[in-house]
Design a protein around this ligand. Structure first.
Ligand SMILES: [Zn+2]
Length: 233
């Protein structure tokens, strides 16, 4: 027997059909399968696209000054299409998907508010921020801060030197590129003995996270844990 919710889903599916954000195939309307208001991946990606997601081993310990790194997925398949479309081409429809990925990583890696004092993001330089219009890492950090109910360190953690784009460099050049004081914590940000959760979208060599963790620890942080949506294998 078809219940009211299923009738509504069928109706909404006709009026406003839902499509996979990547391949445009038809999706089942969320009303037909959802029991809660929380966003889920099924609302945005079809089963075939979701199948391409490659979950990461969650914990990679000891990367320079970073105490732990939690990455959600390998940077491959659909994720290697979603992240560039989101951050370089301002595809705003991907914001909720990124939010869902962040929720999943926090829950899969069992991150809880008790392990941290505040959340921050890898900052962008002023010129990159102007060009891109938003900081993708800051969006992920905002999601983490909201889910964990922790304070967010924003403009007091900045990137003061413009470095060549990491993705355009080879491995050795990437490591050298950030081997300078590129990040700065403002004096009034009190990080003394704080446990920090720092967020970024993709970890490649880890050099960006290492440089950021170095700056945060220099400012007094007692531990720095990184969360990235994806990691390059
Ligand atoms: Zn699809």
């Amino acid at each position: 027997m078809v219940n009211l919710l299923e009738y509504s889903a069928i109706f909404l599916d006709i009026v406003t059909p839902r499509r996979c954000l990547l391949c445009s195939c038809r999706l089942v309307h969320p009303l037909a399968h959802k029991t809660c208001k929380r966003k889920i991946l099924e609302d945005y990606l079809c089963p075939a696209c979701r199948e391409e997601l490659k979950v990461c081993s969650p914990d990679l310990t000891g990367v320079g000054q970073i105490d732990k790194v939690f990455s959600g997925y390998l940077y491959a398949g659909v994720l290697a299409r979603i992240i560039p479309a989101w951050k370089y081409h301002s595809r705003s429809e991907f914001f909720p998907v990124i939010e869902v990925f962040t929720q999943q990583i926090i829950s899969r890696c069992k991150l809880s508010a008790s392990g941290f004092d505040l959340v921050t993001a890898i900052p962008l330089s002023k010129s990159s921020l102007r060009k891109r219009g938003f900081n993708q890492a800051f969006f992920i950090a905002s999601c983490c801060a909201e889910i964990l109910d922790l304070p967010l360190l924003g403009h007091q953690f900045t990137k003061v030197k413009d470095t060549p784009h990491q993705a355009a460099l080879g491995r050795d050049a990437r490591l050298l590129n950030l081997n300078r004081d590129v990040f700065r914590v403002a004096g009034k940000a009190d990080l003394e003995n704080r446990k920090i959760l720092v967020c970024d979208d993709v970890m490649t060599t880890g050099s960006t996270l290492k440089a950021a963790a170095g700056a945060l620890k220099k400012a007094g942080a007692v531990s720095v844990t990184a969360v990235t949506l994806a990691r390059v294998e």
